[in-house]
Design a protein around this ligand. Structure first.
Ligand code: DQA
Length: 149
């Protein structure tokens, strides 16, 4: 059974209450529940993880490598714009991933326009609210169905 991991960075535990004009009103638990159901219906295993700590995210990516994860959906949150360590972890494991952002990072402050992940991501989805996770899951399911040996 294909494995897809969803990894979320700092402050995304506050989704639903945090700056709803940027991030919408759905909680992360609610988004994750819907993703798990969709993945299960497609015969895939989906695990979600959130941390506010950079080292825990790095360790989770390394764990994905050991667990034979097929695809990662990643919202690095503020670490998008700062974390060489998390980028290096993704390069190290070599698992294809889609970078997602609820807000359109190109329509906000200039410091959000640079991502340490976009050039090594399979794709980037930004600015559609919680729907970005569902679109990324559809793409990940398509990839694992078509790319698995
Ligand atoms: C975010 C955008 C980042 O710039 C910000 O730091 C976040 C969330 C998004 O999902 O829109 O925390 O990744």
């Amino acid at each position: 059974m294909a494995k897809i991991w969803v990894i979320n960075g700092p402050n995304l535990n506050l989704l639903g209450e945090r700056e709803p004009q940027h991030y919408g009103r759905r909680s992360l638990a609610d988004i994750a529940r819907a993703l798990r159901a969709k993945a299960a219906a497609a015969g895939c295993e989906l695990e979600d993880f959130q941390s506010n700590a950079e080292h825990e995210l790095v360790e989770r990516v390394q764990a994905a490598g050991r667990a034979g994860v097929d695809f990662i959906i990643l919202n690095p949150a503020a670490f998008t714009h700062t974390s060489v360590a998390l980028r290096d972890a993704l390069s190290a494991v070599g698992i294809p991933f889609i970078e997602v952002h609820l807000s359109n990072i190109h329509a906000r402050e200039s410091f959000r326009r640079h991502s340490y992940f976009s050039d090594i991501a399979r794709g980037v989805i930004s600015g559609l609210g919680p729907q970005v996770y569902e679109l990324a899951l559809a793409a990940a399911l398509h990839a694992v169905e078509n790319e698995q040996a």
